[in-house]
Design a binder for this molecule. Structure first.
Ligand code: SAH
Length: 362
């Protein structure tokens, strides 16, 4: 299917899912370059007939399909993975065997900071005995001088988690720093970070312009992750509070706040619904609420609290149009008007649809 056709199909599907809701649907913001956009690339390693292979699991299995060039993955990352495979063969390193739990090299994870060019390589190993580690890393760095940090992660888990609990930084600082919407973000092996840089900037700048922030606005960034949206808002608004359930993400958000010298933003580790219920109890008003919940959407209780606080403008960012439609219905029942819904294609060549929606209290 051509890229234009994909956009058309996604647009139709989005409109279909939002059929019951009275709102204007804007044309989807497509990617300028729909290829090689994934800045996080992961490959599983295995051995077939004595030969080391690396690639992607066939759907629903752990059977590795050898693959060196995927049209949605970053090209540099793919070439680093191919060279690691060559080095694994050269160094005669044992490849991890999921059945027996023996062997060493299990996976490779690469993260690229698109704006700064920094590259993080994570070697995920089945155990901590890594013969020739120093030489291996030195050879890799000669082949790829663009690598700015290397981490060895130990994962002997039996489940499908990519990373295990123990990590050792063997070169560089252990993280990379990217820039998004004019702000710096520190990304480590485990951090959540949007994988399509160009489209994320468009998504967030669309969200900012819909919010029409003013210098004395009080803003809530609910489901804030590492704080990207709230930090962008804090450049214009008076004060911002970011709320996030995951403690690691909150820690990253606080680091990012410091790196960027932002004074008017605070992050709180809490369930979003619990937090906003407390805001209702204390009668803490907000001028704008950004919400970017996970695929399961928000809760009726959260939405009803937004209504009780009489928040005039709500910007809802969604990665699942089905739960978005469900939540928008609740908003409209409470007297909110859905002004506009703008789909953004964050994931070309997949069927995911992301969208940003503006709601106003009527
Ligand atoms: N806005 C961020 C992250 C969005 S992903 C960004 O664009 O980068 C959704 C986030 O919601 C995740 O970080 C997840 O940990 C968080 N989350 C999930 N359930 C939550 C809850 N009940 N309360 C608060 N945050 C929650």
């Amino acid at each position: 299917m051509s890229y234009d056709e994909q956009l058309l199909k996604k647009q139709e599907r989005f409109a279909e899912l939002l059929k019951g809701i009275d709102c204007e649907i804007a044309p989807m913001i497509g990617a300028e370059d729909p290829y090689h956009y994934r800045n996080k690339v992961h490959a599983a390693f295995g051995r077939v007939k004595g030969k080391v292979i690396s690639g992607t699991y066939a759907e629903g299995t752990h059977k590795i399909v050898q693959n060196d060039s995927c049209i949605i993955e970053d090209r540099t990352a793919a070439s680093i993975i191919a060279d690691i495979r060559m080095l694994v063969t050269d160094f005669k390193l044992p490849v991890y065997d999921e059945k027996t739990g023996n062997g060493l090299i299990r996976r490779v994870l690469i993260r690229m900071a698109v704006a700064t060019g920094e590259v993080l390589v994570v070697l995920v190993n089945g155990n901590s005995f890594f013969p020739g580690k120093k030489n291996f890393i030195a050879r890799l760095r000669v082949l790829h001088p663009e690598i700015t940090t290397v981490v060895v992660n130990i994962n002997n888990r039996k489940d499908s988690m990519i990373l295990g609990g123990r990590s050792e930084t063997v070169f560089g600082p252990g993280f990379i720093t990217d820039e998004l919407c004019g702000l710096k973000f520190r990304i480590s092996a485990e951090s959540f970070y949007q994988i399509n840089h160009a489209q994320t900037e468009r998504l967030y700048s669309t969200a900012m312009s819909l919010a029409e922030l003013k210098p004395d606005d009080k803003v809530l960034d609910a489901y804030c992750g590492i704080g990207t949206i709230g930090m962008a808002a804090s450049k214009i608004a008076g004060s911002v509070i970011g709320v996030e359930l995951n403690g690691t993400a909150v820690r990253d958000a606080i680091t990012n706040k410091k790196i960027n010298g932002r004074k008017n933003i605070r992050f709180i580790c809490s369930d979003a619904t619990h937090f906003i219920n407390e805001a209702v109890a204390a009668d803490n008003k907000y001028d704008v609420v950004f919400m970017d919940p996970p695929r399961s959407g928000s809760t009726r209780e959260f939405i009803s609290a937004v209504d009780r606080l009489k928040v005039p403008r709500v910007v809802y960012i969604s990665c699942n149009p089905e739960t978005l439609a469900r939540d928008l219905k609740v908003f409209t029942q409470l007297g909110y008007k859905v002004k506009t819904a703008i789909p953004v294609d964050m994931f070309p060549w997949t069927d995911s649809i992301e969208a940003v929606t503006l709601l106003q209290k009527t």
